[in-house]
Design a binder for this molecule. Structure first.
Ligand SMILES: Nc1ncnc2c1ncn2[C@@H]1O[C@H](COP(=O)(O)OP(=O)(O)O)[C@@H](O)[C@H]1O
Ligand SMILES: [Mg+2]
Length: 274
């Protein structure tokens, strides 16, 4: 990848998002630097998925601004397709691949390679899929190739395929929403290795992960969300895993029983962010 001529791959400024009277996000400022791995953590319902859905064009915010590679983008012009065009790729925790389809088809869903006559170029797609499997994500299993159905892959391998596909399409930013949540421990390691591969290849990543040890190990910066707001940003090395765990437990103890519409209190935020 060439030297980046921008500071942030993506930046969200003062984003609010309400679903009816449920306030999912309030006053969120979030950015991702070049080649930065940002770990996004927080309890269920904190707003993590909502934030990345807005960032990747799945949802529109109620208000707020979006900058991509330091240029403002109008929400009206922003969509999942536009995010792909701008080289943002998202890997969801499940259902990102079609079970019965061969692997090569999964690589090219929604963006077929066609030949001069407009027909789908199957041979080329298979060749590329095999190249991604062998070289990009290092699949060694003898039995697996571009023609294998997705159903023969383990959970970790599936996530690897999804990540490999994102890398193939030259994503600058790869967003992973809890990629290990349904996986066996041995499989989780593979996914962590894929995330390391994202970093090594010069890309940026937003990594939502419930396992603190993993996200602590891999992230350049941790962003902590609580009840729709960002309550802390922790650069790599600033907290040990133990300190991080205690910090999050304290955050929970601070939790009042709240109705969904309660806006996060600014003073509480200031208190926990220090
Ligand atoms: N489509 C939706 N309709 C109504 N409420 C939603 C919707 N999506 C998310 N929410 C609410 O927004 C809040 C944040 O959810 P979410 O972003 O999924 O949290 P997280 O990913 O951190 O668990 C929750 O209170 C959730 O119930
Ligand atoms: Mg979520």
């Amino acid at each position: 990848m060439s030297q980046a001529d921008f500071q942030h791959v993506v930046r969200l400024v003062d984003v609010q998002k309400s679903y009816g009277n449920v306030r999912a996000l309030s006053g969120v400022n979030f950015s991702v630097g070049c080649n930065e791995i940002v770990g996004l953590i927080g309890d269920n319902g904190a707003g993590k998925s909502t934030l990345i859905k807005i960032m990747t064009g799945v949802e529109k915010p109620t208000s707020g601004d979006l900058y991509i590679r330091d240029r403002q983008v109008n929400w009206r012009d922003y969509s999942v397709g536009k995010a792909h065009e701008l080289r943002f790729e998202t890997v969801y925790q499940e259902k990102s691949l079609g079970e019965k389809q061969p692997l090569w088809r999964n690589f090219f869903v929604g963006r077929q390679i066609t030949n001069r006559l407009g027909f789908i170029d199957v041979r080329r797609q298979k060749a590329i899929a095999n190249d991604i499997l062998r070289n990009r994500i290092g699949f060694r299993s003898e039995g697996i190739n571009a023609d294998s159905p997705v159903s023969v892959l383990s959970g970790g391998e599936r996530q690897g395929v999804a990540i490999g596909r994102a890398m193939h399409f030259d994503a600058d930013l790869i967003v992973l929403d809890e990629p290990t949540v349904a996986l066996a421990i041995s499989e989780v390691r593979k996914v962590l290795d894929f995330v390391r591969g994202i970093k090594e290849s010069g890309r940026a990543c937003v990594y939502i992960e419930h396992n603190l040890a993993h996200v602590h190990e891999l992230s350049d910066r941790l962003v902590v969300m609580d009840r729709g707001a960002i309550v802390a940003e922790i650069p790599r090395g600033q907290m040990t895993l133990n300190e991080l765990t205690n910090f999050l437990i304290d955050l929970q103890h601070d939790k009042p029983t709240l109705s969904p519409a309660t806006p996060p209190a600014a003073d509480r935020r200031a208190g926990t962010a220090s």
